[in-house]
Design a protein around this ligand. Structure first.
Ligand SMILES: Cc1ncc(COP(=O)(O)O)c(C=O)c1O
Length: 453
């Protein structure tokens, strides 16, 4: 693509497109002019490692030839309303149930992550006859009104005043916890006791569901302490509450297993998904429901729906994507390369600005601090890349970009979640860049000009 065309695209974007989560003035979005595997190129011809898989979805990599081919052969009649059966919708639902935990039975298809969570909220209310919905601080569940109200960070605020009965509880974020627990198990016990009390204070018979990202993604890949998720399951069972796991980001191989819940010893009542099901090549999401929930709707109407639920274009791309995961053994690759990523990340702890590294498979975050002893974060809570008046995170991200490492950050954490097709050599090359930027940034913020901010 020539430079003049790219400039026109950027100019028209600035003039006519509203960009999410941003002040509009001064935005100069990149134009992706070429992409392949773990790489993409911008309008200046600069090449980048896509180390966040865009918004953590390009799992099979950019421009996968089999998916491009699948688009050319969308064989089925593309439009049949949700009441019709179609070959790809039936086959995809069947396949997802085969891959999901054993207790899962049926899929309700949506067009993305937030819509999936909105529908899971409604399903939980229908099935239990209760109205309260618990979710956690430091979670992101989407931007629609329902999912926005589930969300436990400042991206919720534009959806407030919120929906009555939406209650937040604390996440075990041990690095930023005031209590110094002697073990993960002790932390688990503490948080579960607190949650149990909160359930009692709120009235257990009013609570329909607890929503949890098993591993919160955009809030910094926060790994739960041992036994925590299983403990939440036990509390849900005790009080007749449904447990919904939001696997929009963590699902489909990101963590080195098909679903993040597969790392643990429990089964949720619902799993919401999107992103990885089509690797982002088509807008598809859904809610996977347990056999108990599925049978509830045998003789109760499912009072929800979407024009594009199970759109055949998306379900065909979903099927093809799942085939690629299998044929190219991408989940195994995420596990294998994830081990190398883990080693590289742990080595970064020797730098004074690296507070904590968190990782599972190819799902990771590096949390930067101003002071390792006090754990003072690089930027304050509630500020984000682009909103930080001191622009420290902007600086860090732009240093990465200049060297060809593309990703994004949230507060003081940088997300590292490359496409699952990445090789060990590619990962090492990208992490060399990352480490080099850490070294340069460490020197930079120790200069008097930055030391005082
Ligand atoms: C865990 C989680 N849930 C839900 C969503 C919302 O998905 P979507 O943007 O497709 O609506 C996201 C998006 O990043 C997410 O990470």
């Amino acid at each position: 693509m020539d430079k003049i065309l790219s400039n026109d695209i950027q100019k028209d974007h600035q003039e006519y497109v509203l960009t999410s989560w941003s002040k509009q003035l001064g935005i100069l979005p990149k134009v992706m002019t070429k992409a392949e595997g773990v790489f993409f190129w911008d309008e200046e011809g600069r090449k980048y490692f896509d180390m966040s898989s865009q918004l953590v979805y390009t799992n099979v990599g950019h421009q996968h030839p089999k998916l491009l081919e699948a688009f050319k052969h969308i064989g089925e009649i593309p439009l049949s309303s949700p009441g019709f059966a179609s070959a790809s919708k039936s086959a995809l639902a069947k396949k997802i149930i085969e891959l999901a935990p054993n207790n899962m039975q049926k899929v309700f298809f949506t067009c993305g992550g937030a819509e999936s969570n909105d529908h899971a909220i409604k399903i939980a209310k229908m099935v239990t006859g209760r109205y309260k919905i618990f979710s956690r601080y430091r979670s992101y569940h989407g931007a629609t009104f329902g999912a926005g109200n589930l969300t436990g960070e400042n991206r919720r605020l534009s959806a407030e005043p919120g929906i009555p009965g939406f209650v937040k509880f604390d996440i075990p974020y041990l690095y930023r916890e005031a209590i110094d627990f002697s073990s993960e198990e002790q932390a688990t016990e503490f948080y579960l006791k607190r949650l149990q009390q909160q359930i009692l204070y709120e009235g257990p018979n009013t609570i329909a569901a607890i929503f949890i990202e098993p591993i919160p993604g955009s809030n910094g890949v926060i790994i739960p302490p041992k036994g925590y998720l299983e403990g939440v399951r036990t509390l849900c069972d005790e009080f007749g509450i449904l447990m919904v796991c939001d696997e929009v980001m963590s699902g489909f191989g990101r963590t080195g297993k098909m679903f993040a819940v597969d790392h643990y010893d429990f089964e949720p009542d619902m799993i919401t998904f999107a992103k990885g099901i089509t690797s982002g090549y088509a807008p598809l999401g859904g809610v996977i429901v347990s056999n108990q929930i599925a049978s509830y709707f045998d003789d109760h109407p499912l009072m929800t729906g979407l024009t594009y639920s199970g759109h055949t274009m998306c379900t065909q791309i979903g099927l093809e994507t799942l085939k690629i995961y299998e044929e190219e053994k991408l989940i195994d690759n995420a596990y294998k390369v994830g081990k190398v990523l883990a080693e590289r990340l742990e080595q970064l702890l020797s730098y004074s600005i690296v507070g904590e590294v968190r990782h599972l498979g190819l799902f990771a975050a590096v949390e930067l601090v101003k002071d390792k002893t006090t754990r003072e974060p690089l930027i304050q809570y509630g500020l984000d890349y682009g909103q930080d008046p001191v622009r420290l995170m902007n600086k860090f991200i732009s240093m990465l970009l200049k060297k060809g490492f593309y990703t994004y950050s949230h507060e003081s954490s940088i997300i590292i979640a490359p496409p699952l097709v990445i090789t060990v050599d590619e990962l090492n090359e990208a992490m060399d860049i990352f480490e080099n930027v850490i070294q340069e940034f460490e020197k930079l913020i120790n200069q008097p000009k930055f030391a005082s901010v």
